[in-house]
Design a protein around this ligand. Structure first.
Ligand code: SF4
Length: 330
């Protein structure tokens, strides 16, 4: 692999998206990704500045960069995320003992955090080049603010119905709603406001049982999708049953892994190779673990769902409600 990487790096050195444009200035700018577009926008009135674009950062196209650095004494690396190109460049300069200075994130000329923009690039470039290049940037200060557009669940998503049923059933009572990772994480937004915690896959179940040991006066709910249940939810249920937690597990079974692209999971009946196989039954898994009360309802049947939540809320121990309705995208 190491040998192959070296060969790929050599190939990349002739790749057209690794390019040097502009003039032959002693001060050059090296950039990659979206930052290239920002810098190009900023430098449109300064064609004399050499602009080196890294289209393939790994393996680093060293031969190309060596050619591009001819006549260059100083390079500003303008990139987002980690200073990857900057570090590769510094190593390469060290190896070849080149008299080239490098600026960027590592000497605080470019911010370590946040995203770049045309405006920010203009400020950084003006400082680096010692000339105000801001005039070439389009002034958008008078533009109206964009409307907020937070992500929402699809129209007809069964998760909305499940959350609504629990919300209605628990109105006026002290409850905590532990969420998990999936489309249903979007239940955190108003008006649902049904995700009090969200940590990592399966953590809704383990957090709910933790709270149940500390807060006697609170009904502790854990919401988990069918896919997450199989991925890392089951182990938490074992712990909850074995350590006598007092919680209501809500499995939001939409028969798919919706958020990441409808991949199969053990409850879908179609495996990784596309073969039809026996489904692993969530209710039977829960029964096997030792959950004594397991109700299955259709969340689109509101009254039935509210009644199921109320029935479980009136009891103690680990109770489970499987809200079963397919993702609308299916
Ligand atoms: S993809 Fe499916 S599960 Fe996800 S928000 Fe849309 S309807 Fe709901």
């Amino acid at each position: 692999m190491e040998k192959r990487n070296a060969e790929i790096a050599a190939d990349f050195s002739d790749y057209r998206f690794n390019s040097a444009e502009g003039g032959n200035s002693a001060k050059a700018v090296m950039t990659r990704g979206i930052s290239y577009a920002y810098v190009k926008e900023c430098l449109k009135e300064h064609p004399e500045i050499k602009l080196i674009r890294i289209g393939t950062a790994f393996p680093f196209p060293e031969d190309f960069v060596l050619r591009a650095l001819e006549g260059v004494h100083e390079v500003l690396c303008l990139e987002e995320l980690s200073p990857y190109v900057e570090e590769q460049l510094l190593k390469m300069i060290g190896r070849h003992h080149l008299p080239v200075q490098v600026s960027g994130k590592l000497n605080a000329k470019v911010p370590h955090n946040g995203e770049n923009s045309v405006e920010l690039s203009a400020i950084i470039l003006s400082d680096y080049l010692g000339t105000d290049i801001g005039a070439s940037v389009i002034d958008v200060t008078d533009a109206p603010a964009l409307p907020a557009r937070p992500p929402v669940m699809c129209a007809g998503c069964p998760h909305r119905a499940s959350f609504y049923a629990v919300k209605q059933a628990m109105k006026g009572q002290k409850a905590i709603f532990c969420g998990d990772i999936g489309c249903y994480t979007l239940g955190n937004a108003m008006p649902l406001d049904m995700v009090d915690t969200c940590l990592c896959m399966g953590a809704g179940i383990t957090m709910a049982q933790g709270f149940s040991h500390l807060q006697d006066d609170t009904t502790c709910f854990a919401f988990v999708g069918d896919s997450t249940f199989f991925a890392s939810g089951m182990t938490g249920v074992v712990n909850a049953v074995y350590n006598e937690a007092d919680m209501i597990l809500c499995v939001l079974d939409n028969s798919t892994t919706a958020m990441t692209g409808h991949q199969p999971h053990p409850g879908t009946g179609r495996n990784m190779m596309g073969n039809f196989v026996d489904k692993v039954d969530i209710a039977k898994v829960l029964e096997g673990i030792g959950v004594k009360k397991i109700l299955t309802v259709d969340p689109l049947s509101l009254e039935e769902s509210i009644a199921a939540v109320r029935e479980c809320a009136a009891e103690k121990g680990v109770r489970a409600i499987i809200f079963k309705s397919p993702c609308i995208a299916l």
